[in-house]
Write a protein that binds this ligand. Structure first.
Ligand SMILES: Nc1ccn([C@@H]2O[C@H](COP(=O)(O)OP(=O)(O)OP(=O)(O)O)[C@@H](O)[C@H]2O)c(=O)n1
Ligand SMILES: C[C@](O)(CO)[C@H](O)COP(=O)(O)O
Length: 231
């Protein structure tokens, strides 16, 4: 059996700023989206047969041309994304073939530097029977829950908290049911599965899978890439 991947890449990158949508911002001379695609392709154990990328409306043709050299024999489909991340994923999911796929990965273009081993851990856990799998890392800040005026109402026990990353991996029927359920406000796909009562498994993520969100993250990305190119 094989894997399909969805890359939501249709966001504007408002927190990053600048004129160019975030997925097209360059690090080390290549767009974040290109780095993300290369990362998924490098995870050979995943056997990626289909890749659906959701992009800002109007950029579908350009992106198809730009990504084609990187996908090899993986089938590439590029669609216009929606208003929210979950809308972009849902639209892309409609194009994922039903036959022959045992795992669907959903991977942010903004987490462009996830290492191969983290991707392969997610796929392996889905193939071992988990219905929904997220890569996770320990939280290093103390997290506070706050009320409407910013007052602290609780300090959760940090040892019970993790920060989750992408790619998140799913049994295809579960991801389809999760997106069909019509839950609004979900910031990741695992949350949609949780709403169905599906158990979500965590596997070890990676600090390199950080999300490029704010301007300083581009500096970190450049440094990470420079270090990788040295080894
Ligand atoms: N309508 C949207 C919003 C986000 N995304 C994608 O979802 C991933 C995670 O979103 P985030 O990092 O929040 O990106 P943006 O929405 O672009 O950032 P911001 O909230 O700062 O505008 C990104 O790869 C982004 O392109 C998407 O496909 N469609
Ligand atoms: C999917 C995600 O990257 C997991 O951490 C995250 O939830 C995306 O959130 P964002 O606020 O839309 O960047």
């Amino acid at each position: 059996m094989s894997t399909a991947a969805i890359i939501p890449a249709a966001g504007l990158g408002l927190r990053l700023g600048g004129e160019t949508p975030k997925a097209f911002r360059e690090v080390g001379g290549d767009a974040l989206l290109v780095h993300a695609v290369r990362g998924l392709k490098a995870a050979s154990a995943a056997d990626l047969v289909c890749l659906v990328v959701a992009v800002p409306p109007g950029t579908e043709e350009t992106v198809t041309k730009e990504l084609t050299p990187y996908v090899g024999d993986t089938r590439l489909l590029v669609v216009a994304g929606g208003a929210e991340r979950s809308d972009s994923v849902r639209t892309a999911l409609e194009l994922v073939p039903v036959e022959g796929i045992d795992c669907i990965l959903v991977h942010d273009a903004a987490r462009a530097f996830v290492p191969v081993d983290a991707i392969e851990r997610v796929v392996a856990a889905v193939r071992a029977g988990a219905k929904a799998v997220v890569p996770a890392v320990a939280v290093t800040d103390t997290i506070k829950q706050v009320g409407p005026t910013g007052e602290v109402v609780a300090t959760p026990d940090r040892s019970t908290l993790v920060a989750v990353q992408t790619p998140q991996g799913f049994a295809p029927d579960v991801l389809r049911r999760a997106h069909a359920a019509g839950v609004v406000g979900a910031t990741d796909d695992a949350m949609l599965c949780e709403a169905l009562g599906v158990t979500v498994l965590t596997v070890e993520g990676s600090p390199d899978a950080f999300k490029v969100t704010r301007p300083q993250d581009l500096l970190l990305a450049e440094a990470l890439l420079a270090e990788r190119r040295l080894v």
